[in-house]
Design a protein around this ligand. Structure first.
Ligand code: MG
Length: 256
């Protein structure tokens, strides 16, 4: 099932995007599916008539994982870390499909990073590997946009990874997905620049969720970004970047 968040008329609403290769409609959900499950109101809209929003504004945090693909660690000139490298992104950095990415004035080198993102479904802590599936609500696409120059100079990555508009999420959350071996692709102005597979991740989704939950209590709606494959590069004004994760869909944002 694909859960989207959108505006039709009035306040943001959750909805179920029709399955199939050519989803054309969205069925409105009553309330918040993270807390009250998926109950449909019976109201439907054409997908083209709604504006999709970030499918979730994380309740408490986005957790990023750095250097989780060996080929990306190599292109960054570093080794693969001995344990997952974690950072936090504030929820104010999150934007949705087609929202503009605003380049921060403090950076001359802003890079895209196509990633699979995990959306947490229930409050949890110290989740053992074999119970991780129980705490996952679903999966979406993320662009972990990074001010590379600030990342180098700051030491801490809060500014480099957490500036406003740095974290596009969407287009929706896919709740039924086997994520062990999916294509993760990035396209810059239509050209394929990143082409990885989740099977190449150093730490898989279950290991990451379990590991992150040893440090943080995870809340419904929290998001974990799982790292980017090789091929990162700089964004400039007017660029269009698309993240596509196999089985989820395509997240598109343009730089302003
Ligand atoms: Mg990243």
């Amino acid at each position: 099932m694909r859960i989207a968040r959108f505006v039709h008329e009035g306040d943001p609403t959750f909805g179920v995007v029709d399955p199939g290769d050519n989803p054309a409609e969205v069925a409105v959900i009553k309330g918040d599916p993270f807390f009250s499950g998926v109950q449909l109101t019976g109201e439907r809209h054409k997908l083209e008539d709604v504006r999709l929003l970030a499918p979730i504004i994380p309740r408490s945090k986005v957790v990023g994982i750095g250097k989780n693909y060996a080929d990306h660690a190599k292109e960054m000139g570093g080794e693969v870390p001995a344990a997952p490298l974690m950072f936090l992104v504030p929820n104010t950095a999150v934007i949705g499909p087609n929202d503009p990415v605003v380049l921060p004035a403090f950076s001359d080198e802003v890079s895209y990073e196509a990633e699979l993102a995990v959306v947490i479904g229930r409050i949890c802590k110290d989740v053992p590997l074999e119970r991780v599936d129980e705490v996952i609500f679903g999966y979406t696409c993320a662009d972990d946009i990074t001010a590379r120059d600030a990342q180098r100079t700051d030491g801490q990555w809060a500014r480099a990874k957490g500036f406003d508009t740095s974290t596009p999420l969407g287009p929706w959350i896919e709740t039924d997905l086997d994520v062990d071996d999916l294509a993760v692709q990035g396209r810059l102005n239509g050209t394929l620049v990143q082409d990885g597979r989740t099977s190449d991740m150093i730490w898989g989704v279950r290991e990451l969720v379990s590991y992150v939950s040893q440090a943080f209590t995870l809340l419904p709606g929290d998001v974990i970004m799982t790292g980017t494959p090789a091929g990162v590069g700089t964004l400039k004004e007017g660029d269009r970047f698309e993240v596509e994760v196999e089985g989820i869909g395509r997240l598109t944002n343009t730089v302003r």
